[in-house]
Design a protein around this ligand. Structure first.
Ligand code: ZN
Length: 428
């Protein structure tokens, strides 16, 4: 079950703009969704597109309306929501219009500071998280250039203002991030949700990224449910229309988040360690949630969510085994294993596992050889790397989560040059 063509098209901005709520709202899909509210005063933009797609998205907007942009709201400070402002600002400068008012949460301002501090690091890890797009090299995202907000929402404050004929209410919640804002337009019964809603399993517990907030996320869903909205615009994916459909997607998302949260917490209170909790959770994950059309593990997944809950409440010592508190270098451990049984034995057993479809176990055995053998043992290393590369490719294809699939595929990509080098050495 790979990302459906419909969602993929929408994410790549290949679907046309959509107008809804009696012509007052528009969506311009461009990786993330740019939401637009049109009033007598002009335009309110909820999220700007990823920078590379901003000019195209802006052209689409201008095919619909030529009103000036009065407000830009960042649903949060991620790269696919807060950085595509250039064409809007450029237009205002060219036409001598007032620059739009930018609204964000105070934690978004802190996020921008953090991104400046960790720019190189984020570039490095995003090359891995998005490896199927970067192909192991090149920048996917340029360095940050922010448009700082003029209105900064503090804490849990609900920010209300009038935009033309419409009341606008901005709420702050934690979910994928700690700086999330969502917009409620009561007259039109519209919610612009940002990444609090993504139409598939919530991106909670991303392996590379900082803490996310499963329980708070569920509470945000419940707050949105109280609005009885007619339209729900997710941060990515298709517009949800109709009270019943909106209710269904919010309820099932809250249910999944509450489920993983409460079941992990229950087991923490029973004095269980992470490994046990993780495997028990996999066993009890109900089929109706696993198979639900709105919970497909396309980006985030249930497995990541288990980590998110545990990590929110627990430190890094997560095995309960003192061997793991100050472990020896894994290479030294591997060398010791190879004194007990040689490389051939490990590879033989790895291949046996592979034949039996135990790919993960095979990887653990191959790693002993890769880490522990003499670096000049070219033929053996070539065999180990090649085996590992094939297994990783296979595992990556089986993954539905874009993030998981990229992490695993990237593991095979980084082995490519090593395999090439080893082949040359073996030939000599
Ligand atoms: Zn996003």
């Amino acid at each position: 079950m790979k990302m459906s063509a419909e969602i993929a098209n929408n994410m790549m901005g290949n679907t046309p703009a959509i107008t809804f709520a009696e012509g007052t709202c528009h969506i311009i899909p461009a990786f993330g969704n740019m939401g637009v509210l049109e009033s007598d005063e002009g335009l309110l933009i909820f999220d700007t597109p990823i920078r590379q797609m901003a000019p195209g998205a802006f052209r689409k907007l201008r095919e619909i309306t030529d009103k000036p942009v009065k407000y830009i709201i960042y649903s949060h400070g991620h790269i696919d929501h807060a950085y595509g402002f250039r064409p809007i600002i450029q237009e205002a400068e060219e036409k001598g219009w007032e620059k739009p008012i930018v609204i964000a949460h105070e934690n978004c301002v802190e996020r921008f500071k953090k991104y400046r501090m960790l720019d190189k690091y984020h570039e490095w890890l995003n090359q891995q998280q998005f490896s199927s797009l970067t192909k192991g090299k090149g920048k996917i995202f340029p360095a940050h250039e922010e448009l700082e907000p003029n209105i900064v929402i503090k804490g849990k404050e609900v920010y209300k203002f009038k935009f033309g004929d419409y009341d606008c209410e901005i709420y702050h919640d934690w979910g994928e991030t700690d700086d999330a804002l969502w917009l409620w337009i009561p007259e039109k019964k519209v919610i612009f949700a940002g990444d609090l809603m993504v139409s598939h399993f919530p991106n909670v517990g991303n392996p590379y990224k900082v803490q996310r907030y499963p329980k708070h996320w569920a509470l945000a869903m419940e707050k949105m449910l109280e609005k009885n909205a007619e339209y729900l615009l997710p941060g990515h994916g298709l517009l949800i229309e109709g009270q019943e459909n909106v209710k269904e997607i919010l309820s099932i998302t809250a249910e999944a988040l509450n489920f993983v949260h409460d079941e992990v917490v229950k087991r923490m209170n029973e004095g269980k360690w992470f490994e046990q909790i993780f495997h028990e959770l996999l066993e009890i994950f109900p089929e109706r949630l696993k198979k639900h059309k709105h919970l497909r593990p396309l980006y985030g997944c249930f497995e990541f969510a288990i980590h998110a809950v545990y990590r929110e409440y627990h430190g890094w010592y997560n095995t309960g085994n003192p061997t793991d508190l100050f472990p020896a270098k894994s290479q030294d451990v591997a060398k010791e294993f190879l004194k007990v049984a040689n490389e051939e034995k490990f590879l033989e057993q790895a291949k046996k596992n592979l034949e039996e479809g135990k790919l993960q176990l095979a990887l653990h055995l191959i790693d002993v050889v890769i880490k522990g053998t003499d670096p000049e043992n070219y033929e053996l290393l070539l065999e180990a790397y090649s085996l590992k590369s094939n297994i990783l490719k296979k595992l990556s294809e089986e993954q539905t989560s874009f993030i998981a699939s990229n992490i695993i595929a990237n593991g095979a990509t980084v082995l490519k040059p090593l395999i090439r080098e080893l082949k040359k050495k073996v030939r000599k």
